[in-house]
Design a protein around this ligand. Structure first.
Ligand SMILES: CC(C)(COP(=O)(O)OP(=O)(O)OC[C@H]1O[C@@H](n2cnc3c(N)ncnc32)[C@H](O)[C@@H]1OP(=O)(O)O)[C@@H](O)C(=O)NCCC(=O)NCCS
Length: 190
């Protein structure tokens, strides 16, 4: 499948069900996400409505009108923490390893920084080497290690908190410009 078939576009409410289906598939793998299944339809719609109303960042990878991946940055609203955004990302299994994750991450990180975030953080399971490689490529730095952070299905895994600061963003990992709907964003950098 040529990656060209995939469009990266900002979240819209009409894609809520499709986004939820993609989230549900990845959550039910029990490997990568904290969620073990997607939240109910109504909660998912409310979440997207909040993304739109509060100016958070969410982008979808879309193929033939269906969401095959997503990336979001949700802003912290607590006093003293509003510069922080928390990043989540996922692709349906058959769309992994095609660099779509990098396109999603670039669009979402650039958008979050443009909207005022100056620290983007996440937590990744230590066994998730592909995600860790992607985050490092974009300049995310590991900030420690939580030992046996999750024990699920008979397997314990550590988790690694990582963060990217706006003023420490390295040179663009992907030089090429990416198309995001109607507007152009560069590889996650100003
Ligand atoms: C994590 C995820 C978003 C990455 O997106 P992707 O499009 O599959 O990633 P890419 O194809 O761009 O690969 C990312 C990098 O990891 C590298 N990589 C792939 N498999 C690897 C492996 N087994 N070991 C080490 N590095 C690996 C790739 O080579 C690539 O680096 P490069 O561009 O320098 O070559 C996607 O795989 C996914 O959805 N995984 C399941 C959900 C998930 O893990 N979400 C994150 C939770 S924190």
């Amino acid at each position: 499948m040529p990656p060209m078939d995939i469009v990266i576009q900002p979240a819209t409410l009409d894609m809520a069900d499709s986004f939820r289906q993609a989230l549900d598939v990845v959550a039910r793998e029990h490997r990568y996400l904290i969620f073990l299944e997607a939240p109910p339809v109504e909660s998912t719609r409310n979440f997207i409505a909040q993304v739109l109303a509060k100016g958070w960042s969410q982008f979808y990878a879309v193929r033939d009108g269906q969401v095959v991946g997503w990336c979001d940055v949700v802003r912290d609203e607590r006093p003293g923490m509003t510069h922080i955004g928390r990043l989540g990302i996922g692709l349906l299994p058959e769309y992994r390893g095609l660099k779509i994750g990098g396109r999603l991450l670039a669009a979402t990180v650039a958008d979050a920084f443009q909207r005022g975030a100056t620290r983007i953080e996440l937590e990744v399971f230590a066994a998730n080497v592909r995600a860790i490689a992607l985050y490092r490529k974009f300049g995310f730095v590991a900030e420690g290690r939580k030992r046996q952070a999750r024990c699920l299905d008979g397997i314990c895994d550590d988790s690694i908190p990582m963060a990217l600061l706006k003023d420490e963003v390295p040179p663009a990992p992907c030089i090429e410009q990416i198309q995001v709907g109607e507007k152009q964003l560069d590889g996650g950098h100003e």
